[in-house]
Design a protein around this ligand. Sequence first.
Ligand code: SDX
Length: 425
Amino acid sequence: MTQKVQIIIDGKTIDLPVLKASLGRNVIDVRELIREGMFTYDPGFLSTASCDSSVTYIDGEAGILLYRGYPIEQLAADSSHLEVCYLLLNGELPSASEFAKFKQEINNRMPIEEDFQHIFDGFNKQSHPMSMTCAAVAALASCYHEGFDIYDKDHRREAALNLIAKIPTIAAMTYKKSIGEDFIQPEEGLSYAENFLNMCFGTKGKMANVSPTLAEAMDKIFILHADHEQNASTSTVRLAGSTETNPYAAIAAGIAALWGPSHGGANEAVLDMLTEIGHESRIEEYVAKAKNPNDPFRLMGFGHRVYKNFDPRATVMQESCHAVLNELGLADPLLKVAQELETIAREQDYFIERKLYPNVDFYSGITFKAVGIPVKMFTVLFTLGRMPGWITHWDEMLTNGFKIGRPRQLYLGPTARDYITINKR
Ligand code: SDX
């Protein structure tokens, strides 16, 4: 028996079916309302499920994050980013032979063709790496468009492999462009994270000295960023993809959305904020600014639309941060500012009442900085981590069937009126 809810419009009772979730909240199917001359109204989509999905589950109250049912803490501890990519794309963990084949398929696709690299000639050293990344991924559509059938699952799988394979190479190229060094191609025999770090810090003929701890920390950070349900950038990929556009173009739209400081750009904004605060003695001044309703300043790295408890990724990220700093023997003063800021924020009513906890971006920036990644590259690393999530949601939408996304509105503009010629105004 399907559960229903009833609403009454102009005296007429309308039954709306409730669709059951396997985990978390059930949903009221409001599609029938279009026939009743009404829309639902939910700016920012706080109470709106835009789709059904089997990829990632978040319980914001309990601080739970599952990728295809597996807890993020277990995947961060025991898996690898490429294995998580396989899990997200295929829904199940791979066997040893399946994983070996998948890793080879990714490695084979990591190089970027020589002529494509000239896209970077159009940028200068000051070009923001996120702008270069967005442009480069969009430009990949020019290489993989003719004959691409989004309804062919083999074509979709090829695009997924290609994007997961090429994003570390593109990301490293944006870094090399920003420091005026030659590009380094990926190497056989290196792990995904080792290859990325070598393409950033290696030079022609000289491999970078990438320590296992750093490579492991970077790989773990990629795992933590791999997917996160229907966040702003993933919803952008789905909406763009619903027009049947080229998948590389849809992913580029997601990269553009991630760049914003309210979303993935927060990791860069956290470092800028901690640097501006500079010392524990100035924290109270900035906390006061964050609490002032007339001041637009917000504590970057705090708060989340869904998590009203600790972001489980922030917990793992904090551990990674400590491991990297210990390995490097660094006592980054900004880490002390961050820890003091977290302590203060968690003791003050303003933050407790609003359930504002550190999110995934709060500690990632300090880790990236310790590894030697420049601040402007931080959101590019988020892009690298999130690539499998975006392409999995795009593929899920294409696999399960979809309609073009076309929201409506509450119109508050002028009612119809006649045009008046200029000589009569
Ligand atoms: C990511 O959605 C995802 O899953 C995203 C993500 C992913 O993996 O894809 O998890 C990645 O984007 C993490 C979030 C990174 N952003 C930041 O750290 C930027 C700082 N955070 C805020 O801008 C904010 O918390 C958001 C954007 C993250 C969430 O905003 P909401 O849910 O729209 O909440 P809101 O703006 O309605 O705020 C509710 C209240 C307000 O105060 P009142 O009007 O009730 O008095 O909390 C306050 C806000 O002013 N508030 C903050 C705050 N965040 C919210 N006050 C100070 N500092 C903050 N950071």
